[in-house]
Design a protein around this ligand. Structure first.
Ligand code: ADP
Ligand code: MG
Length: 373
């Protein structure tokens, strides 16, 4: 039996699909290859529209789910084609799907995609809908990557924090074995790139602030920053998770950003992103020796600089320093979660999500031909 699993991640940034092939045949998972497919503008707009209530949602959600599945299949087949790996040599695809609602308080979360269509289009077994089981067990359904971070980046001697700068920022605390706080915790700290992307799109018509150059050209507005830092979400103890339901255009308007200089707002949003992350690390993680960054935010030089200055006692670097491409850590995590599901191993950490216990996560769509799992 092959031990290759494809992980597909499409996060709240709505930039596209990160695809990774991971080999689980040795004791440590090995990243074999990666591929990125950007969302076509219309698909991005359709997904964004589904993040808020609107007419005929059910029909639109199923149609967008099918379109996403076709794009996921395309990303998978391109990835495998580039590596000369045949579909029948792949054990499974772990597909996160595209979150359009995350309401653990109401008992549900919605990741669009279509496992049946993806399995049909690739001929590969698909594991999807990883979050629902954790929520059904009383958890937040997020974040799910800490278990993977612990398995891959945990170190007996070095207290590390892994900080994922996606649309939302989430961290995993990995204390060393000598530490008194032995259980790893992970939670959402607040926005990652999402507010920066939103503001740059509103004012410059671009989907991102390349390298954070625009933010770097502005000045932080301290009064505005103070108002942002007093957001209730930041004072909530973990487990906690958030998304576009909270940090969105309405939130920006409530902060009173419209009357200010646009570049100064961008600088303030970048500082808010860095400070909310640093504050969460200080309060909940103690004093880690290393803070390793991953996610698309590692390419935002201005943001990385702000995070580095906000954490003077830690060595701030990217997960590349441990040999894992920071752009594909989450895709690897969903390959790992799929592999766990197929082997009936739990994927959540109850201390992280707040679930009643460890659970095997995901819904399994077997590969097409009879006789294959
Ligand atoms: N060169 C760059 N400069 C600034 N920001 C970048 C750059 N490259 C990626 N990003 C940011 O990273 C985001 C994508 O990060 P990603 O980890 O894929 O997030 P998600 O998991 O939410 O999709 C983009 O939306 C963008 O804000
Ligand atoms: Mg992304």
């Amino acid at each position: 039996m092959s031990h290759l699993v494809v992980g597909l991640m499409s996060g709240t940034s709505l930039d596209g699909v990160d695809a990774a092939v991971v080999d689980f045949s040795a004791s440590a998972p090995r990243l074999v290859g990666t591929h990125f497919v950007a969302y076509p503008a219309q698909l991005r707009a359709d997904v964004l529209a589904l993040n808020t209530a609107g007419d005929n949602e059910l029909d639109r959600a199923r149609r967008v789910g099918l379109e996403l599945a076709r794009l996921y299949a395309h990303a998978t087949l391109q990835l495998l084609g580039g590596l000369n790996i045949a579909a029948h040599d792949v054990e499974a695809i772990g597909c996160h799907g595209q979150t359009v609602r995350h309401r653990p308080d109401a008992g549900y979360t919605v990741q669009l995609g279509d496992g049946a269509m993806l399995a049909e289009a690739t001929g590969i077994c698909v594991v999807a809908d990883f979050r629902s089981r954790d929520i059904a067990a009383g958890g937040q359904g997020a974040p799910l990557v800490p278990a993977f971070h612990q398995a891959i980046f945990g170190d007996a001697r070095i207290h590390r924090v892994i900080a994922n700068l996606g649309g939302i920022a989430n961290i995993t605390n990995l204390p060393s074995s000598e530490s008194t706080n032995a259980s790893p915790i992970g939670f959402d700290t607040g926005p990652g790139n999402l507010l920066l992307d939103l503001w740059v799109e509103l004012h410059r018509g671009r989907t991102r602030d390349d390298g954070g150059a625009w933010a770097a050209s502005g000045a932080v507005d301290q009064a505005l920053l103070d108002r942002m830092m007093s957001d209730d979400f930041l004072s909530r103890p973990p487990p906690r998770s958030t998304g576009r339901d909270h940090f969105n255009a309405r939130w920006l308007a409530q902060m009173g950003v419209e009357s200010r200089d646009a570049a100064d707002v961008q600088a303030t949003l970048a500082e808010f992103t860095a400070q909310s992350l640093a504050q969460a690390i200080r309060i909940w993680c103690g004093a880690p020796r290393e803070v390793l960054l991953c996610g698309g935010g590692v390419h935002n030089d201005d943001l990385v600089k702000r995070i580095t200055s906000a954490l003077p006692a830690a060595r701030v670097a990217s997960t590349a320093s441990l040999g894992i491409d920071p752009d594909y850590v989450e895709a690897c995590a969903f390959a790992w979660l799929a592999w766990r599901a197929l082997h009936h191993l739990p994927g959540n950490l109850p201390a992280v999500t707040g679930a009643r216990g460890a659970r095997v996560l995901g819904a399994i769509y077997p590969a097409g031909p009879v006789g294959r799992t």
